[in-house]
Every structure is written in structure tokens, then in C-alpha cells.
Design a protein around this ligand. Structure first.
Ligand SMILES: *Cc1c(COP(=O)(O)O)cnc(C)c1O
Length: 289
């Protein structure tokens, strides 16, 4: 879009964008927080900052389908103008590929429809119509259309969303119980007025283990645990390095990256699997005590 991006730091307790760390300049147009791991970011605080500085607020809800903030689902748009959801296979529900954007602004709605379909429309014509065949390409758009076949899958998946999210919450609650006060790692904090949809279950290694994270990670995988790290700080990616971002731009994010491991989280994870995860985690990490 020709816009520049900048990054702001996160909170160590949630991994979410930290409202107190935003640097707003007179070129800033938009704040776009991710609801990391499925826990809604501080929408109220972000919307206050947006209002004071005449900015837009767009939510990246890819982790947060089915999550709630002040008892309303993410996508209700009480505090923002847009929220996006992804239906990539790893997300809560899938259409194979694809996603949706919800908006409460008619102008954005029409722009998005143009953008999705080559910038072509039969509505709100710029020139006078010479006949019924007429259409106009008004903007540079692309083919970002989801197929009807994918939508059919999405509609049937949507019916299962509540049971999927319920399972994820049950698993998270069980993890919370068995990991309470353990000597190896902390779990993230669930803040007030919101409920996570638990796309991920991140754990944060205690400081004394972080120097061994590479070996811990490799051993967990050897033991059969499908662990992953979410995420490499975006500004460390070669594309952003080429744009001139410093390698240690956000100190809290650096710490989060050093400590974080995502452990298995999916709706069919059973009680025995949860015990297996715990046993392997405690066994592998305790070797480095
Ligand atoms: C998956 C994901 C995306 C990208 O979704 P696409 O469907 O690939 O466009 C964006 N943001 C977050 C946080 C995601 O998890």
C-alpha cells in the first residue's frame, strides 16, 4: 500500500502489544494489534490512543476467533473499524486457505470488495453507463476471492467453532492447574475482562533455562512433542532488516522470544496426552537444572 510499518514492544505477561510502548508520530495512521495466542489485546486502551491521535484501529484476530473482550466476541468492533480472521488450516476453523475481514464502515466495506475483485464494480459508477454490459475498473485490485467450495467448508466449520473453543479452554484450564508453581517455566497471564480462544498455549522458561533453549527444544521434539516457537520477532526477518530495523528493537519481545515455547494445543488433545506433555516437559527441562 506504500505505507511504512513500525513495531512496538509487547508485554512479557501476555505477549500482546503494550499500549504504553506505542510511538505515535504525525505520519502514523493506524494501530494494528495481534490478539496473541488468542487472548484479546487491550482494545480499550488502544482505542483511546487512536481517538486522541486521530488514528484507525484494525485488529489482527487470526488467533482470536471465538475469544471475548468485555463479554463480546472479537469481531464485534466496539473499539475498532476492522478485524481480520484467517482460515488457514492451523487456525480455529479452516477453509483450506482464505479468511474474512469484518468492518462497521460502509466505505471500507466497498473498498474491500473492490480490492478483492480486480478493482472492478458495477456500482457507484464514475462515468456514465453506455449500456447494461458496462462495468468499471476503478482501483488497482487483485483476485483475492475465496471460492464457493471453500465457503461451503467454512460454513460447516463455523458450526463447530463453539465446541472447538470449548475444548481448547478445557485443555488450557487443565494445563494451568498442573503447571501452577512449577520450577521450570511460567505460563501467560489471562487479563481481566476477556477470555482467550487459545490458538496457542505458550510457556515461558525461567531465566536459568533460557541458555539451553535450543537443546531443550530439540529434545522435546525427539521425545515426540510437537513444540514450536511463536514467534521470531518480525523485525529480525531479512526483509525488515533490509529496511533498516535494528536486530534488538524491542527488548521485552527479545526476552519473550528467548523464553517462549508453544506446547501442543488442539481440540482433540485428551487427558492422557496432557499428562504426556507434562511428563516430557518436566523430564527434559529438569535435565538442565
Ligand atoms: C495466520 C495469521 C495471519 C495470516 O493469515 P493468512 O490467512 O495467511 O493471511 C496473520 N496474522 C496472524 C497473527 C496469524 O496467525
Amino acid at each position: 500500500m506504500g505505507a511504512d510499518v513500525n513495531f512496538a514492544d509487547v508485554e512479557i505477561k501476555t505477549g500482546n502489544l503494550d499500549a504504553s510502548k506505542l510511538e505515535i508520530s504525525d505520519r502514523t495512521k493506524l494501530i494494528s494489534p495481534v490478539h496473541y495466542s488468542g487472548q484479546p489485546a487491550d482494545l480499550k486502551e488502544f482505542s483511546e490512543i487512536a481517538e486522541e491521535n486521530d488514528l484507525k484501529l484494525f485488529e489482527d484476530g487470526a488467533h482470536a476467533l471465538g475469544a471475548t473482550y468485555e463479554n463480546k466476541r472479537i469481531g464485534s468492533l466496539k473499539y475498532s473499524e476492522m478485524a481480520m480472521f484467517s482460515f488457514h488450516p492451523v487456525k480455529h476453523i479452516t477453509t483450506g486457505e482464505g479468511g474474512i475481514i469484518v468492518t462497521n464502515d460502509v466505505e471500507y466495506y466497498e473498498k474491500l470488495q473492490l480490492f478483492r475483485s480486480h478493482g472492478i464494480t458495477k456500482n457507484n459508477l464514475v462515468n456514465e453507463s453506455p449500456g447494461d454490459w458496462y462495468y468499471e475498473m476503478q482501483e488497482l485490485g487483485f483476485n483475492y476471492r475465496i471460492t464457493d467450495i471453500q465457503c461451503a467448508l467454512g460454513i460447516s466449520q463455523l458450526k463447530k467453532l463453539d465446541t472447538f473453543v470449548k475444548s481448547r479452554k478445557r485443555i488450557a484450564k487443565r494445563y494451568d492447574e498442573i503447571f501452577e508453581d512449577n520450577p521450570y517455566f511460567d505460563v501467560t497471564l489471562e487479563k481481566e475482562n476477556r477470555e482467550s480462544a487459545y490458538h496457542l498455549y505458550p510457556i515461558l522458561l525461567k531465566d536459568k533455562f533460557t541458555n539451553h533453549k535450543r537443546e531443550i527444544f530439540a529434545k522435546l521434539r525427539q521425545e515426540g512433542l510437537g513444540v514450536q516457537i511463536h514467534y521470531i520477532p518480525v523485525y529480525k526477518q531479512p526483509y525488515y532488516q533490509k529496511l533498516g530495523f535494528k536486530n534488538d528493537l524491542c527488548p521485552v519481545c527479545e526476552e519473550f522470544y528467548k523464553r517462549e515455547i508453544s506446547i501442543p494445543m488442539y481440540p482433540t488433545l485428551g487427558d492422557e496426552d496432557i499428562e504426556f506433555v507434562k511428563d516430557k516437559l518436566f523430564k527434559v527441562i529438569s535435565e538442565f537444572d
